[in-house]
Design a binder for this molecule. Structure first.
Ligand code: FAD
Length: 373
């Protein structure tokens, strides 16, 4: 097999890079070790939060604004519903750092938002139990993304622009042949001029040299049954992130009319490989259930569903989007538990790097050298 560009890994970022490259008329082939939209990627679990005002800081806002445009373009190209713009509540003690950062994003970029005090929160969002000194920033350019459908949509859009896709084929190694790259796979070899490596948590199997500064982190998701499911639909219940008494919770509205996703931050240490994901222990499940029902009292504290996931993380939380000078490969990876909302714009940055186009949204923090430092 032969292509101008090969994208290895068709999960979150690889599917988007494939779409963006194919859109530019590049001869591109995507290779995925499983099937498209498989259940083992970092994108699984029904929903992902999209926010324009992020507590991580204002430098992400222009990327998110472009990502939002691209999410809408992907919906229009494929006719799939991928994003509910139901808003996002950032709840925490009034004046706390995360609220201040969200407000700074909104004000600096003139984004639509509302600031709610505890009384306003109780009146509008009785689903949340809040303390008297709590407040919230309601980001109106935010909502819930559908991740499995998004990966499938991006691959569908890519193939409609002429991309080829090979599934159930693992890339095992890279070689050079006649000045071109040769990919050794579990099936026949593939030759190409350029490679995008978008292999997520599996990256260190191909690039063990990155083990020194990247790590795979387990993440857990939990869903709870509300007494009144009608109070948790996207039109009444924005996605949320909240910090209360040292407890960090986030969640999305109901998408199945009986369960609401409420999850907490990772509690587990790094693992060497996605195959080593730990079990969700009973005491951990109970703890998350107690927190969920404490801060969202309509929820039954026993999780109706739970699952363990993984993501490749970098210490500074910046992804790697860069061409590795030694191997010539473009690395598109290490999204540190927050990459989904950015996925189409990261795919666009990767496509621009491959074609040598300048993209002013590129952040120097994405450079490999920054991570190696
Ligand atoms: C539980 C959880 C909740 C999250 N919540 C949010 C959120 O609310 N908002 C947000 O923005 N982000 C969120 N994130 C982060 C986001 O989902 C991830 O950062 C993102 O999905 C990572 O994408 P990726 O492309 O790196 O990996 P993946 O999507 O896993 O894609 C990697 C792909 O490469 C394939 N592959 C690997 N090795 C090979 C090989 N050798 N040959 C062929 N194919 C290969 C894999 O099979 C896979 O399909 C969350 C993450 C988790 C785990």
């Amino acid at each position: 097999m032969d292509a101008q560009v090969v994208v290895v890994g068709l999960g979150t970022s690889g599917s988007m890079a494939l779409w963006q490259l194919a859109r530019r008329g590049i001869s591109v082939l995507g290779v995925e070790q499983f099937g498209i939209g498989h259940a083992r990627g970092s994108y699984t679990g029904d929903s992902r939060l999209f926010r324009s005002t992020v507590h991580e800081g204002t430098r992400y806002v222009p990327l998110l604004q472009r990502a939002r445009e691209l999410w809408r373009e992907l919906e229009a190209e494929t006719g799939r519903h991928l994003y509910d713009e139901c808003g996002a509540l950032q709840i925490g003690p009034a004046g706390s750092g995360s609220l201040k950062n969200s407000l700074e994003c909104a004000e600096k970029y003139d984004l639509p938002y509302e600031l709610l005090d505890a009384d306003a929160l109780r009146a509008r969002y009785p689903q949340h139990r809040v303390a008297d000194d709590d407040a919230a920033v309601l980001d109106l350019r935010a909502g819930s993304l559908y991740p499995e459908a998004s990966v499938l949509a991006a691959v569908e859009a890519a193939t409609s622009h002429g991309a080829s896709v090979v599934t159930n084929t693992e890339v095992l190694d890279f070689d050079e042949e006649g000045g071109r790259l040769k990919l050794i796979t579990s099936d026949e070899p593939i030759t190409c001029d350029k490679v995008v490596v978008a292999t997520g948590s599996w990256t260190m199997r191909l690039r063990p040299d990155l083990r020194g500064y990247l790590h795979v982190l387990p993440f857990a998701l939990t869903w709870f049954m509300p007494r009144h499911p009608e109070m948790f639909t996207p039109d009444r219940f924005p996605v949320f992130i909240r910090d209360s008494d040292g407890v960090h919770l986030y969640g999305t509205p109901t998408h199945d009319s009986y369960s609401v996703k409420v999850a907490c931050d990772p509690q587990w240490s790094a693992i060497a490989d996605p195959d080593e994901i730990p079990a969700f222990e009973r005491n951990e499940l109970r703890k998350v259930g107690e927190w969920a029902a404490r801060y969202l009292p309509d929820l039954n504290p026993e999780p109706v569903r739970h699952s363990m996931h993984h993501d490749l993380c970098a210490p500074g939380d910046f992804p790697i989007i860069d061409i590795d000078e030694d191997s010539g490969m473009l690395l598109l990876t290490a999204f540190s538990g927050r990459g989904f909302k950015f996925a189409p714009v990261y795919g666009e940055l990767a496509a621009d790097m491959i074609t040598g186009e300048r993209n002013d949204l590129y952040d120097p923090g994405f450079a490999l050298a920054q991570h190696a430092r």
